[in-house]
Design a protein around this ligand. Sequence first.
Ligand code: NI
Length: 175
Amino acid sequence: MGLLKIARMGHPVLFQRAETVMDPGAPAIRQLVADMLETMEDAPGVGLAAPQVHVSLRLFVYRVPESRAGGDAVVPPSVLINPEIEPVGDEIMLCTEGCLSIPGMRGTVPRAATVRYRGVDCDGREVSGIASGLLANVLQHEYDHLDGILYPMRLRDFTSFGYVEEFAKLEGASR
Ligand code: NI
């Protein structure tokens, strides 16, 4: 129980395709989810996928806190097990992302503006919906982790990829 150690880019677990969760209600899965929620909130982050805590299973936790919602819906800390995600329409949005496995950096990547998502929670109940804005962004980023994809692998413009600290200096200087 408690905070989990986060795998950083370089660790092979981040590049593997994660396995389906056979029993979402198993005590070990419930414990993992509880610890991942705690780890995400402590970081703090808006999402955390199991491979990021060295567990190659298809599940992730996510949230959209008030401080990040910026007009979008607030989403309480939640879990999605064995998720499926598909774009709705072909509108693309550019998202500036960071990742707890690549601390101190950020980059801008294209994502579907709207997605339909579906999975189950620890009680085996279906969780599904249509998401846009930050929630759609987070769901796609976390889903990618289950397929061994990190956001830098989706960069189209490498000038958008760099150290948060460096961008902050430049943004400060241009004001
Ligand atoms: Ni990430």
